[in-house]
Write a protein that binds this ligand. Structure first.
Ligand code: NAI
Ligand code: MG
Length: 366
């Protein structure tokens, strides 16, 4: 079976950081025998310039077929005044919607060399490696009824938190599958003390666990207490699974445990395909950074770590993913820094390509 990968560099710094990932993919092909069938296509403003839409139908179809999609970033000032229907972001939204990517994975990983970037004490975050799985396509952001209505002479804002058993079941499975490739531990967060959807959430997660994942350690926590625990001692967690709203909040909190936007990867997973692998889109958390685009200043690590996630979660190459993460860790420990990682005590400043060179050299030495 050939592993297929669709690369969508996008706009702004997207192509710059993706160029470094491409070199790393080639290295894994040459030196580790990981042969990918890689195709590249346009998304966002780059697609609009050529096709008049931010994602062509042919690209969408391709994304549905491959084992993994790796995306850079979309958007930029050039496209800010476009009609909403063809804005660059719509390309990304179409991918997420049509691939039905219901599980959003946001790791919070803190490399020792960057522990001082955190707003928390070094001991609390150094070496941290946790994964938040946020349900992404249901819950209070989508539930009906919703709207602002008139009632008893005043306006009322209404949103509905709504989860079906099958929606909870599938995201729970994603979390348990991930846990098996990591620390084998899942903590599910809801508010079963005050919410009906929370009661159902807890029950379904427990049921999925008992039936199909009894080998994974499962615990439950109220989401507010979870937020507290994330700041107090985040290393107690491995995988956290939670709903759309709580996941939105908790993943932003977790991101700040680790520092720079240029370091944060993410993934969005859907249902398993015929070959058993989930539909998957990997992308850095950051955007197209127009303020630094074209200057060789972008940090490629977020995108490189997104590829490491693809190796682990789509291609079952956990050891090679670890090899890549260790290479990043080594380079950071050596003081190699893109501009966003420069601090008072210094380090060696490098360009985007310089960071790629250093990571390739570390891979070579691994
Ligand atoms: P941004 O993430 O592009 O940039 C925020 C700040 O972080 C900027 O100062 C930027 O220079 C810096 N930064 C971001 N990534 C970096 C990296 N890899 N290395 C070094 N510094 C980095 O967010 P912003 O400025 O709000 O949005 C810019 C454009 O990106 C907009 O058009 C926005 O719509 C789009 N965007 C796209 C996203 C995506 O493709 N998933 C996500 C967020 C924004
Ligand atoms: Mg948010």
């Amino acid at each position: 079976m050939t592993d297929t990968l669709l690369i969508l560099p996008g706009d702004g710094i997207g192509p710059e950081v993706m160029a470094e990932v491409s070199r790393i993919i080639d290295w894994f092909g040459d030196k580790r025998g990981l042969k990918f069938d890689v195709s590249e296509d346009l998304v966002g403003g780059a697609a609009y310039d050529v096709h008049g839409v931010p994602l062509a139908d042919a690209t969408m179809a391709k994304a549905q077929e491959v084992d993994a999609v790796l995306l850079g970033a979309v958007g930029g000032p050039k496209y800010d005044n476009l009609d909403f229907s063809v804005k660059p972001e719509r390309g990304l939204l179409r991918l997420r919607k049509e691939m039905d990517l219901f599980a959003n994975l946001r790791p919070a990983q803190c490399f020792d060399a960057l522990a001082d970037f955190s707003s928390l004490k070094r001991d609390v975050v150094a070496g941290l490696d946790i994964m938040i799985v946020r349900e992404l396509t249901s819950g209070i952001y989508f539930g009906e009824p919703r709207g602002i209505i008139e009632e008893n002479g005043e306006r009322v804002g209404i949103n509905t938190q709504r989860y079906t058993e099958s929606e909870i079941d599938r995201v729970a499975r994603s979390a348990f599958e991930l846990a098996r490739k990591r620390g084998n531990k899942v903590c599910s967060m809801e508010k079963a003390n005050v919410m009906e959807s929370g009661i159902l959430w807890r029950e379904v997660v427990q049921r999925v666990h008992d039936a199909d994942y009894p080998d994974v350690e499962l615990s439950h926590m109220y989401a507010d207490a979870g937020g507290m625990q994330l700041c107090r001692w985040p290393k107690q967690f491995d995988v956290i699974v939670t709903d759309n709203l709580f996941g939105d909040l908790l993943s932003d909190v977790a991101a700040m445990l680790t520092g720079s936007l240029g370091m944060l990867p993410s993934a969005s997973l859907g249902a398993p395909m015929a070959n058993g692998r989930p539909k998957a889109l990997y992308e850095p958390v950051h955007g197209s950074a127009p303020d630094i685009a074209g200057q060789g200043k972008a940090n490629p690590i977020a995108c490189i770590l997104s590829f490491a996630m693809a190796l682990r979660y789509s291609f079952d190459q956990g050891d090679e993913a670890t090899r890549l993460e260790k290479a990043v860790e080594k380079v950071l420990a050596d003081g190699v820094r893109t501009a966003d990682l420069m601090q008072a005590e210094g380090g060696t400043p490098v360009t985007t390509a310089g960071m790629g060179d250093a990571i390739l050299a570390a891979l070579e030495a691994s």
